[in-house]
Design a protein around this ligand. Sequence first.
Ligand code: CA
Length: 287
Amino acid sequence: MKKQGFTFLSITTFLMSTFALPAVAVEVNTIQPAITVGQWSNAFPATPGTLEIVDVAGEGGNLENNAPLGTGVVKMQTTGDNSSRAEVRIVDNFGTVGSFIQNGTLSYDYYHESGAPNPNIAPAIKFEILDYTSNNGAGYATFIYEPTYNGTLSFDDWNHIDITGTSGNFWHMTLYGENGLIFNNTFDEWNTAFNSSLGGGFLDTFLDANIFSISLGLGSGTPGQTGYIDNVNFSSLDANQNAITLMADFETLDVAAVPLPATLPLYGTGLAALGLMGWRKRRRASR
Ligand SMILES: [Ca+2]
């Protein structure tokens, strides 16, 4: 009981301390090397796999021509290692499951290459869920939306995915001790399933569980895959009915737009002056 009290307190503190989410589209230029609350981060920095923001301008084909938002995207690759993962994650307060079912939207775009070792694998989108009022000791799980369980995959092109609480099938990694390996349940259907299996009168429902991260990624168990994602959007309402909005456009930094430090032109002038002196010396010597 003491441990549960501590967990409740620390999680509540965490949720209250998270940053307010911006209400406008944000250009994301950097993936943090390890989980940083409120920022897009590498979810598995110690695991083989690469994750980077790349510019697809000049790549040609649909990868470039149908890029959903700007020319910057996140490229993710798993290595030949079966444990390899490439996953970008943002940890923050994304409201309750109940609010998502009632008000929420989630969308992203991914590019799916043909010729991959496993043609059924495309970048998935995930929620981490924490039911911090859970009293049965199994109130944490990751819920995973995989394109392959949600219709026909389109190869060598960008695909746009729209998800709500009543559309979009997620499987999960064991919430409330229940079997999560059912691949055709929406969040609304999971709520019905949990209510049914947990029995009537159970106070601790799925609806008050908190969504505390959003991830997009490949792996594990899918070596040698390449995927691309961009244009990630989430919206819902918090406990006070205020909007929670996430809009991410991944772009590489425009180097030309970064102003030179004030000392650099002077440094350049100094180099030119030194060069001129050398030229004069050589000119004299050659006379
Ligand atoms: Ca972009």
